[in-house]
Design a protein around this ligand. Structure first.
Ligand code: MGD
Ligand code: MGD
Ligand code: SF4
Ligand code: MO
Length: 752
């Protein structure tokens, strides 16, 4: 029997609609859904491989427990009771901080990873919570938190309406966009130019996005903070500061005027590697554009001044009046969140506690991954003796990868929620594999709050999850709730249904608690109306019904449109629902204590001092940056033949001048060395990278003893994080520097 299903691709932030043909329980083809309200048929090679991923024979279907050093398939009961026996005595003896958790990138791409993970973390009660955010977007959260009052109030580029887009350190044509959810960046950027707009890209490499640009500024890595400071300087110096209506609710504009004074375009020339006249001209053009937006990602984030750089992105959007207006940087209003109408809140802070060993700040309730190895290796009270990894691959993703690898090997106990035996999960005592991507429901809780249009799209599972032992599989939320029951002392035998019911009761009670709430006194009716669903689906239904476009359970016609949204309605919209372009959200959206935009938060003002101190030291020597490839997704799709075929990807890009200086010719093997490690990779001599900079992609290094991914091992590749140094980080956001790492590059001896 042949059936067609529509499902949102869960692999990256672009949220493309897929059209999946299923024959006899097998996904036989995956194409772009032409009727999808957002992606309109677009997909990339990864999305097309979703069926292959689901049916990959190496993908785990059964839990594994390590016995005498070897993984053995066991029943779910045995797996959970092994977890209980391994973890609980450690908690009893050493306390809750003895068990750490590291949450990986795919967590933000699943319903369970965004919603069901919260009760699990609560039940763990550990301060040793880590996530991939501190090798990624944490500087963005910090800047948003301090300026707008909450770290998830993030402005996204209104790419479909802007007339001028300045992209720094992002390659959305390859990455398909990040913190800016939009399928089909190539088309959107071409459309920008078709309507007479201009695209300027700042990147030390000639990336795929650069190739679409009108102007390319090949900056020195780490130079963006200086470039943006100089742009702010020009805006003030030339009287081009025009915040418009934002001035009515923005504090600190005059402070910024003072802060940027020393950073003239000429003064930053050595750090940016750019002609001062170019910086002035760019600033004038941006300020004069009918609408304009500055957008930055990884290259502005994983750098020594990541928080400051991300702050400056918003500062320019605000000073030019481009925040919260069409064609500028705007705030999404997703279906699953309420719309706040009155500005003000508690504000936001970081550093509420510090990591035990090296005193690094807590940010958003987590500790930086740069502290993880120290916390695992250093003896004493609060040492991490057991680790839970959820959808993550620390041995490949985190800095000083060899040290992370050793630290995992040295743990007393490790549990992984993952569906492969990877470089990291091979160290686990228990691996709990969630059901495959086609047998779970999907809705992008994280990314519809970062989307360039307001979109709501719920996808039910495509294939049924096997429920009968011995084939029974578990959804990730069920695994998480089971672990939550273990951590809370109720034991591996406890039933998740009561926990699931308790969670929704708490959510409903929270919404109805205040006497002023429109739901006050309606708890029982709400719970009854939510009863057709369970797990994260039920949480989502609750969120949508109480959200900005929700039906208010049909109980509150004064506050909600009774014909508004609920999960049942979304289920009947297989191509998604387009809620339109982004609209004005300020000042109501602000959660700062003042109810105003804080343009000059104290932490940023202080960090400008640190920046000023580096002005006189001219950067020198070769530095390493990363890059992505359309067919990769961090470390986690290397077992799909179609995605790893073709020429080898782990090659070091080097400029002809640098290659000549180092005595390297195209194809030669080179040894790349940093303080923490060295690797050998073939070089590709190319003028698509500026002099002084070399580039190696991350996400590789799979050919390790014990990894059970046959294709991935054949195409192993080089782990670039053997080179990255956990001791080099942005002290404000505690995010590791992954771009602009000082390296030496030499011909490899004895090879080639
Ligand atoms: N040098 C360098 N390092 C980097 C980066 C860089 O640019 N340069 N980028 C950084 C960034 S941005 C990120 S986000 C991190 C990513 O770092 P991580 O999140 O630690 O690693 P991933 O490579 O995304 O690995 C994800 C793992 O989750 C598993 N998985 C996939 N889907 C699911 C699922 O639905 N459920 C479960 N339970 N498991 C699943 C996969 O099998 C894989 O093992 O890497 C960072 N590391
Ligand atoms: N195909 C593919 N897509 C992905 C992923 C993947 O692994 N593969 N990973 C996903 C994840 S987890 C994320 S977070 C996003 C990331 O999404 P992006 O940030 O768009 O992707 P990157 O390729 O890291 O782009 C960073 C760019 O910054 C440049 N750069 C490096 N240093 C500097 C600098 O100092 N200044 C400036 N201006 N530029 C610099 C690099 O050359 C690179 O082109 O991609 C997501 N999408
Ligand atoms: S761009 Fe992202 S969401 Fe779209 S098909 Fe590719 S991996 Fe999936
Ligand atoms: Mo990421």
């Amino acid at each position: 029997m042949t059936r067609t299903h529509y499902h949102t691709c869960p692999l990256c932030e672009a949220t493309c609609g897929l059209c999946i043909t299923v024959e006899n329980g097998q996904a036989v083809s995956v194409k772009g859904d032409k009727d999808d309200v957002f992606s309109k048929g677009y997909l990339c090679p990864k999305g097309a491989s979703l069926g292959t991923l689901h049916h990959d024979p190496d993908r785990l279907r059964r839990p594994l427990v390590k016995k005498n050093g070897k993984f053995v398939e066991v029943s779910w009961d045995e797996a959970f009771s092994t977890v209980e026996k391994g973890i609980m005595p450690l908690i009893k003896k050493f306390g809750r901080d003895a068990v750490g958790v590291y949450l990986g990138n795919p967590c933000s791409h699943t319903l369970a990873g965004t919603l069901a993970v919260r009760p699990l973390l609560k039940a763990m009660g550990s301060r040793n919570i880590f996530s991939a955010s501190t090798v990624d977007q944490m500087p963005r959260h910090v800047a948003s938190g301090l300026m707008f009052g909450h770290p998830t109030i993030i402005a996204v580029p209104d790419v479909d309406r802007t007339r001028f887009m300045l992209i720094l350190g992002a390659d959305p044509v390859t990455s398909n966009g990040s913190l800016a959810t939009a399928p089909n960046w190539p088309r959107r950027l071409r459309d920008l130019k078709k309507r007479g707009g201009r695209l300027v890209v700042v990147d030390p490499r000639t990336s795929a996005t650069v190739r679409l640009a009108d102007t390319h500024l090949a900056i020195r890595p780490g130079g963006d903070v200086f470039l943006l400071m100089a742009m702010v300087n020009v805006l003030f110096a030339e009287n081009r500061v025009k915040p418009g209506r934002l001035a009515d609710f923005t504090n600190g504009i005059e402070t910024v005027r003072e802060l940027c004074r020393p950073f003239t375009p000429a003064a930053v020339a050595a750090h940016t590697g750019l002609d001062p006249a170019q910086i002035t001209a760019l600033t004038r053009d941006l300020a004069a554009a009918e609408s304009a937006v500055v957008y930055g990602r990884m290259g502005t984030s994983t750098v020594p001044f990541g928080a400051l750089t991300n702050w400056l992105v918003d500062v320019i959007n605000i000073l030019t009046g481009n925040l919260d207006r069409p064609g500028g940087a705007m705030f999404p209003c997703p279906a699953h969140l309420p719309r706040k109408k009155k500005p003000g809140g508690r504000g936001w802070t970081l550093g509420r506690w510090q990591s035990r060993v090296n005193g690094m700040n807590e940010v958003m309730g987590e500790l930086p991954v740069a502290a993880l190895a120290d916390e695992m290796e250093t003896d004493g009270d609060g040492r991490i003796r057991a680790l839970l990894t959820i959808a993550s691959n620390p041995v490949i993703a985190l800095p000083n990868a060899r040290r992370v690898d050793r630290a995992l090997a040295g743990l007393d106990f490790m549990v992984a929620i993952d569906f492969y035996v990877t470089a990291s999960t091979r160290h686990a005592d228990v691996i709990l594999p969630p059901t495959g991507p086609l047998s779970t429901a999907h809705y992008d809780v994280a990314f519809y709050n970062l989307s360039v249009r307001n979109i709501a799209h719920y996808s039910p599972p495509v294939l049924e999850m096997p429920k009968e032992e011995p084939e029974a599989e578990m959804d990730k939320w069920e695994i998480m709730y089971k672990l939550a029951l273990i951590f809370s002392g109720q034991g591996a035998g406890a039933d998740i249904k009561s926990l699931d019911d308790f969670i929704i009761q708490m959510m409903v009670a929270g919404a109805a608690k205040k006497e002023t709430s429109p739901f006050h006194g309606q708890e029982a009716q709400m719970l009854d109306l939510l009863s057709p669903f369970k797990g994260p689906d039920r949480m989502l239904d609750f969120m949508i019904r109480t959200g900005a476009h929700g039906d208010g359970f049909g109980l509150n016609p004064d506050h909600f449109d009774p014909d508004g949204l609920n999960l049942e309605k979304l289920k009947n919209l297989p191509h998604g629902l387009d809620l339109g372009p982004l609209t004005e959200m300020l000042p109501g959206h602000l959660k700062t204590a003042s109810g105003r935009i804080e343009l000059a938060p104290e932490l940023m003002v202080k960090d400008v001092d640190r920046l000023a101190k580096t002005m006189d030291t001219a950067p020198a020597g070769l530095v390493l940056v990363g890059r992505r490839h359309l067919r990769t997704n961090n470390s986690w799709m290397p077992n799909i033949p179609a995605l790893v075929s073709g020429p080898p990807r782990c090659v070091l890009h080097i400029n002809p001048a640098d290659a000549q200086n180092q005595g390297l010719r195209d194809g030669d093997p080179a040894t790349i060395e940093t303080r923490v490690g060295s690797v050998t990779a073939p070089v590709k001599v190319t003028d698509r990278i500026r002099p002084g900079v070399v580039s190696l992609p991350h996400g590789w290094g799979h050919d390790l003893e014990g990894v059970a991914m046959q294709v991935a091992r054949k195409h192993g590749g080089i782990n670039s994080n053997i080179l990255s140094d956990e001791s080099v980080f942005d002290p404000v956001s505690c995010t590791t520097v992954l771009n602009g790492i000082p390296v030496s590059v030499k011909p490899a001896r004895g090879l080639g």
